[in-house]
Write a protein that binds this ligand. Structure first.
Ligand code: NAD
Ligand code: TYD
Length: 338
């Protein structure tokens, strides 16, 4: 049985990935997570106590800790998801994004290289490609990197470090770039969970600008299957784009959430637009399809309905996230504070 290090495993995508990998039962899993505001150990309830899943609390910027983790757990491969991930937070303060996404990725690459891991999968974003006009062709892996926010700039910088480690040191690395994910366990600062919880609570739904920005929505399970396929079948040094064939205007997503929750349409409030707001993202995933045999299976229509049903039926998770009680889960679980 091989051992995978999953960074950011207590976050939205990481915890879904840990759940899927644990269910598949083919690997031992070591999760490294700093438990920032976005990390939620509740997402891993029922998993972190299993024999094959170990949780390590710490930062990817901590070189000493990384050295110990690689040595003590005999890591075979890395799935790197830890990041500061929210564009609005990066606009408010860019420095934590450079620290975690750039410096943290560098430290992780160095530690993985020193430990001679077999493969490093770097999970990145389509936002590194910048923005598209309404009639532009979707992003391919050949699209130039033109990041527009501090978040996407920090992710692009990390992608380039990964590329440099392949070319300079011969490390085996694969980079994935996906479109906007949605699904269970997403922190309610991102569009779909924020609008869902606000709609369920009868709070206002803040749509930036005219709401005619376009995002391509990818169900988190489809993304996680892509990461697993990249681990198994990706070619070192290559980039694979994952998209959901799910382009929608933001305002249409919000209107659909109103229908599915039974909320009042008058809750929609157009607020000042995000500075530098990318107008449209779209992904051409044909390389992942051809080389990895990957296809998204969730339609936005069905996936959105299932996701809203998940938030409705997981009221305790939602309440703990809204109140901040989730931050105490570590102390309750391990009997010691963070
Ligand atoms: P998230 O914000 O939900 O989770 C990030 C996790 O990383 C959290 O558990 C947090 O505690 C942890 N973390 C943050 N800083 C850390 C550090 N210094 N050391 C260790 N752990 C740290 O993010 P997500 O939405 O799950 O995204 C996961 C990855 O996928 C990120 O790299 C992100 O850039 C990428 N991505 C996300 C989306 C999306 O739509 N959510 C789309 C494209 C790419
Ligand atoms: P978000 O979920 O923050 O993802 P990203 O910025 O990485 O694409 O936002 C998705 C889209 O929704 C983006 O165009 C910004 C918009 N948005 C709103 O209109 N209102 C909101 O409150 C939020 C959080 C996002």
């Amino acid at each position: 049985m091989t051992t995978l290090l999953i960074t950011g495993g207590a976050g939205f995508i990481g915890s879904n990935l840990v759940g899927m990998l644990a269910a598949a039962g083919q690997h031992r899993l070591v999760i490294l997570d700093a438990l920032t505001y976005a990390g939620n150990l509740q997402n891993l309830a029922g998993l972190i106590d299993s024999e094959h899943v170990v949780f390590v609390h710490g930062s990817i910027t901590d070189a000493d800790l990384l050295g110990k983790v690689f040595a003590e757990h005999s890591i075979d491969a890395v799935l790197h998801l830890a990041a500061e991930s929210h564009v609005d937070r990066s606009i408010a303060s860019a420095a934590p994004f450079v620290e975690t996404n750039v410096t943290g990725t560098l430290r992780l690459l160095e530690a993985a290289r020193a430990a001679s891991v077999r493969r490093f999968v770097h999970v990145s974003t389509d936002e590194v490609y910048g923005t598209l006009g309404p009639d532009d062709a979707p992003f391919t892996e050949q699209t130039p990197l033109q990041p527009n926010s501090p978040y996407s700039a920090s992710k692009a910088a990390s992608d380039l470090l990964v590329r440099a480690f392949v070319h300079t040191y011969g490390m085996d690395c694969v980079t994935t770039r996906c479109s906007n994910n949605y699904g269970p366990y997403q922190f309610p600062e991102k569009l779909i969970p924020l609008m869902t919880l606000n709609a369920l609570e009868g709070k206002s739904l803040p749509v930036y600008g005219d709401g005619r920005q376009v995002r391509d929505w990818l169900h988190v399970e489809d993304h996680c299957r892509g990461i697993m396929l990249a681990l198994e079948h990706g070619r070192s040094g290559e980039v694979y784009n994952f998209g959901g064939y799910g382009e929608r205007f933001n305002i249409d997503i919000v209107q659909r959430i109103i229908e599915l929750t039974g909320a009042d349409a008058s809750l929609i409030t157009h607020v000042t637009d995000r500075p530098g707001h990318d107008r449209r993202y779209a992904i051409d995933p044909r390389k992942a399809s051809t080389e990895l045999g990957w296809q998204p299976v969730h339609s936005v229509e069905q996936g959105l309905a299932e996701t809203i049903a998940w938030y409705r039926s997981n009221a305790t998770w939602c309440e703990n996230v809204r109140s901040g009680a989730y931050l105490d889960y570590y102390a309750k679980h391990y009997g010691t504070s963070l």
